[in-house]
Design a binder for this molecule. Structure first.
Ligand code: ADP
Ligand code: ZN
Ligand code: ZN
Length: 852
């Protein structure tokens, strides 16, 4: 994509009246290149603008400006300067929106790389660099100068408005948003409009008493007050039970409110249900003032002191420390079994970076799922830590980002997008569970945070430290090669044993073939029931894992085989007991549970498969001693629910935790001695070449939850595929065996790490048109040397995507494979250009992880 495309004709429109063309005679020989912040492929290029004289000194790469575009004004970023005057008529930049640049040259280089590598508009890539949760419009912020702080407002008695504004600023003693200031000055004086306050501020600025700057800022706190619901006197768990059958949603809301100590914001609950409860007098709703306070997605009570490292940990740490000492970029893959002390190595590495006055970033796959881990970081580093994650409200996220930018926090812990945090000098970037899919963004720009981290680490001469018990095949392959080449750029370190030589849990594979499953609906083998019974009998805790939420996976007619599918997506609807309906997990389409088969009207329609909800039911029924907690997307919809459930389990309020993959990650519960995997086969047979790897990783993670303290742990894995390599190697904690087996398969089929992939999804409301576009694209690719299923550049397909229909659109896909990515991308860019308008139907995913 050429950045020097000819100027579009849009620029040839006549100048608007009032355009300051004469006053600001542009300096000859210097023009600014601006990318407009507008979602449109047609605008995906930098446009050239003249620089008005009054901006000549202030304009930088990264400046956020307002530019005329046709008849409109648009916001855009300056991405460079040129001496070359385009042929078309040129218009000047209208104004600077924010005083300081919003990104620097490093940021721009990062964005350019993202745009080029992932084939996305530069605008989308630049958006990643913007602070999350900032107000749409930049805001004016006023603060006092020293003179302004010293001057008694009464001296301004002859200018009452200025006096009032000065007094208000002095009382606030902090920078104030001009809008807020107007509101405060107004009080009961309704004549104090924002305009008059602004005029007063300008006058004060001219006297040197006040400074006004424009910056991106958190939205003005619009939510100064919010509605909070609380359980009314007399309503209790029994009331909820009575409601359960008639009004399940109301019962759910009441449950949530009963569990919450201090009420819940109405905005976080189902509004209809809350209102209905309020109408019945079971719930009260009150207006309350909101204080903006980051939610603590972290558990307190973690170790404050740095632990003395074991020899294995020291070996890894020394390599990190010496790279920091030498101020050299280095990447290190830390392959350590669960509980081997990887996190302690991260903590030491961060400490070593901070001690040298450099910052650190820690990425975790999903921050809400790792409150213990965040708690450990907080215990060691306190307020130097900024948390960036999506569960924070917009204003909170902005505040945290701003703390980093101002240098008040130099350790950032967050999910994927935290990799862009505005640290000025990074010493270490840690990526925990580097194999996790969550690091790849599944909407444009489809970047992989590990790739971004690698680039940023290079820019800062920083250490990139990636840790996992089950590294992605590609990562391990590269690290092994780097280690044996001894180049020092990419290395591999092992932590082969758990701390204190605690044994890895014993894993027993239960062959479900020929086994009569116990429990209604057949969920538990006798072996697992016995083990659970013994575990609870000993007063210990158990975790039961299955890869599905909902009550059962799907409903099938036993007479004709009919299954209920989503109207718009080609997937089964899943039954949800709480709401008694069938739901699509892709688009949330819901239907009431049918009494008879919609196709043959047989009444013999029933559940197949199982879900967390049903397992919870069964366990409660079978074991008197069981106190069950369930963790899945349904029970964690509410903000703070994760930490709440995990906290209750840690506090031993329950002895059985049942959940989906959410419970597989990083939790450390010393009393868990039994982990049961109910259906290890889910996921093994997905139409994805990484299905086996994903299952292996998940099983290893789950197994790692057992026996983490001094009590030995046991893992029982139920499966219909007891001989599958993913299951046998996970059972034996044998990464090497899995790696060798899987690597051979990848080599044979030209998959990563032996090839780079691009997944193309073509979607259209018309099945025929989608297929036609897919075929055209295949043809265009062939014309450019990408061959069908052979050669160094090849494509597979077009074929119906595994998810053949999604939200009403038919989907086909083409998978491109190449020995290198560059030539593949080049051919693709040309092929897409040849498709012209139809290219809009194509989604490009470079280095895809999700093949659905
Ligand atoms: P991982 O991140 O590999 O799962 P952790 O860092 O969480 O492992 O360590 C597992 C357990 O061992 C934790 O309870 C931790 O406090 C403890 N631990 C880690 N390193 C040490 C050490 N050097 N000395 C003593 N205990 C340690
Ligand atoms: Zn039927
Ligand atoms: Zn759907």
């Amino acid at each position: 994509m050429s950045r020097r495309a000819p100027q579009p004709s849009l620029f040839d429109t006549p100048a608007e009246p009032g355009e300051p063309a004469s006053r600001d005679e542009p300096e000859p020989g210097r023009y600014a290149q601006v990318v407009v912040d507008q979602q449109s492929r047609a605008l995906d290029q930098a446009f050239t603008y003249a620089i008005p004289a009054h901006l000549e000194t202030d304009l930088r790469v990264g400046s956020l400006v307002s530019v005329p575009f046709g008849p409109r004004r648009m916001a855009g970023w300056v991405v460079g300067f040129t001496a070359e005057r385009p042929a078309a008529r040129i218009r000047p930049i209208a104004g600077l929106l924010v005083d300081d640049p919003v990104f620097d040259e490093d940021g721009l280089a990062l964005a350019r790389w993202i745009a080029a590598h992932y084939l996305c508009p530069l605008r989308d890539a630049l958006r990643c660099l913007m602070p999350p949760g900032a107000a749409r419009e930049p805001l004016a912020l006023a603060s006092l100068t020293d003179a302004g702080r010293a001057l008694p407002p009464s001296e301004l008695a002859r200018a009452p408005r200025q006096q009032q504004v000065l007094a208000t600023l002095q009382a606030a003693d902090a920078e104030a948003q001009v809008g807020d200031l107007a509101a405060r000055v107004a009080g009961d004086d309704s004549s104090a409009s924002e305009a008059t306050v602004t005029a007063a501020l300008n006058a004060l600025a001219e006297r040197g008493l006040v400074r006004v700057r424009r910056a991106l800022a958190a939205p003005r706190v619009t939510e100064l007050r919010r509605q909070v619901a609380r359980v009314a006197q007399g309503a209790d768990a029994e009331t909820a039970e009575e409601l359960r059958s008639r009004a399940p949603r109301q019962a759910e809301v009441l449950d949530a409110l009963l569990a919450a100590e201090d009420g819940l914001p109405v905005a976080e609950l189902s509004r209809g249900a809350v209102q209905a409860l309020a109408d019945k007098g079971l719930v009260t709703i009150m207006e309350e003032a909101v204080r903006r306070r980051p939610e603590r997605a972290e558990m307190a009570g973690q170790e404050r002191e740095f632990l003395a490292l074991t020899p294995d940990q020291r070996c890894a740490f020394d390599r990190i420390d010496s790279a920091l000492e030498a101020h050299e970029h280095r990447s290190l893959l830390l392959h350590g079994v669960t509980g081997s002390g990887k996190t302690e190595v991260y903590l030491h590495a961060i400490n070593a970076s901070l001690a040298r006055g450099r910052g650190a970033i820690v990425l975790v796959p999903e921050i809400a799922l790792t409150p213990q881990m965040v708690g450990r970081f907080r215990a060691r580093f306190g307020d130097r830590l900024a948390l960036l994650h999506s569960a924070l409200g917009g204003g909170e996220r902005f505040d945290e980002w701003a703390r980093v930018e101002r240098g008040e926090a130099d350790l950032v812990v967050g999910a994927r997008s935290a990799v862009f945090a505005p640290l000025h000098d990074i010493g270490v970037i840690v990526i925990d569970e580097e194999h996790e899919r969550a690091y790849k963004q599944d909407s444009p720009p489809r970047y992989h945070a590990v790739e971004i981290a690698r680039l940023r680490a290079r820019q800062h001469d920083a250490v990139l430290l990636m840790g996992s018990a089950t590294p992605a095949l590609e990562s391990y392959f590269a690290a092994e090669a780097g280690e044996s080449a001894g180049s020092g750029d990419l290395g591999l370190c092992h932590l082969p044993a758990r701390i204190d030589d605690r044994p890895l849990p014993e894993v027993e594979v239960i062959d479900l073939r020929g086994e009569t499953l116990m429990g209604r609906g057949g969920t538990f083998s006798q072996r697992l029931l016995d083990a659970l019974d013994q575990c609870l009998g000993r007063g210990e805790q158990a975790m039961l894992f299955l890869n599905r939420r909902g009550y059962s996976t799907f409903v099938m007619c036993r007479a004709c085989g009919f299954t209920l599918e989503c109207r718009d997506c080609s997937v089964s609807l899943i039954y949800h007991h709480g709401t008694r309906d069938m739901r699509c997990h892709h688009c949330d389409y819901a239907l009431p549970m049918p009494d008879e088969c919609p196709q043959c009207h047989s009444g013999d329609i029933g559940f197949h498969g199982l879900g967390t909800e049903r397992v919870a039911d069964q366990v409660t029924r079978e074991f008197v001693a069981a106190r069950v907690l369930r963790m899945d997307r349904d029970t964690t919809a509410r903000k703070g629910a994760y930490a709440d459930i995990l906290g209750r389990f840690a506090a031993r309020e329950a002895n059985v935790l049942i959940g989906t993959q959410m419970i597989a990650k990083g939790h450390d519960f010393p009393d868990v001695t039994l982990v049961g995997v109910l259906n290890a086969d889910t996921g093994l047979n997905r139409a994805d070449f990484r299905a086996s790897e994903a299952s292996f990783q998940l099983l290893t993670q789950v197994a790692g939850r057992a026996g983490r303290a001094d009590k030995p742990g046991k893992v029982l894995v139920q499966t219909y595929n007891p001989g599958h390599i993913a299951i046998t190697s996970a059972a034996q904690h044998d990464y090497a065996a899995f790696y060798a087996h899987e690597l051979a398969k990848r080599r044979e089929n030209m998959y990563p790490p032996f090839a780079r992939l691009v997944n193309l999804t073509i979607a259209d409301e018309s099945d025929q048109r989608a297929l036609q576009i897919a075929r055209n694209l295949a043809f265009q690719l062939q014309e450019r040397g990408v061959q069908h299923r052979r050669g160094p550049l090849q494509f597979v397909g077009p074929a119906a995507a595994p998810l053949a229909r999604l939200r009403g659109r038919y989907r086909y896909h083409l998978l491109l494979k190449g020995a290198t990515i560059e030539r593949l991308r080049a051919a693709l860019v040309e092929a897409l250009a040849a498709l012209e308008d139809a290219a809009g139907a194509v989604t490009v995913d470079v280095d895809p992880l999700d093949m659905m």
